[in-house]
Write a protein of this length. Sequence first.
Length: 258
Amino acid sequence: MIASVMMSDLSWDEYQRRIADEDAIVLLPVGAVEQHGYHLPLGTDWMMATYMARRAAENVGGVVAAPITYGYRSQIRTGGGPHRGGTTNLDGLTLINLVKDVLKELVRHGARKLAVIDGHFENRFYLDEACFLAVRELEYAGITDAKILKMIYAEDIKPETLETIYAGKTYPGLDLEHGGILETAMMLYCHPDHVDMSKIPDEDLPKFPPYDLFPVDPDWVPASGGLSSGKGSTVEMGRLLVEEFVDLVSTSLSKEFR
Ligand code: ZN
Ligand code: MN
């Protein structure tokens, strides 16, 4: 068998050995299946969350649990909305229960250091709730030594990195960075075969009203589904961002668990 930090690559006894004997941190990537414009794949969020979890696990001697590929509902003002083909969402309660169940299962087999690595903006509060409920239910069952770290891998970006990448332009914010320069550059670096730079259209940025509508109005979002343009993204920008985020996740894990 190959040397791997991925749970799915390990035999049961090797996995068991790592969490029981080595007390390895178990990282759970959570993403989404969601449109990302014409130039990025539907799997962008879970692919990037899994990439970050793998790199961080390699740094800290962790194990990456099989990823949760589906995520909470794409919101029109942060993810382009639920209406475009392929954006396949979970209800909030489903995501909470799914993540909670997996966390408790990981703990049942001995994991005590857990990390939820989020790659999809809209998951945020549902993952908080899943972690909270998992810890509470474990405490009721007498397990009080399990700890869960939860973070969006891009939680923090150094101002100088943004300055380099958005030289002369305005950073739209993480909520509008959907199919934009950050995600496009990171995918160019991590999954170059999954990016088609020739398909980024010339579109005006959306101007959202300060409220939401249910059902959503698809016309709020540009035809491509992107909320900011990925034009001008390069592999080098991707390297800068990805290595910074790998470091951010790795040092966060080391700080809390070592
Ligand atoms: Zn995304
Ligand atoms: Mn997303």
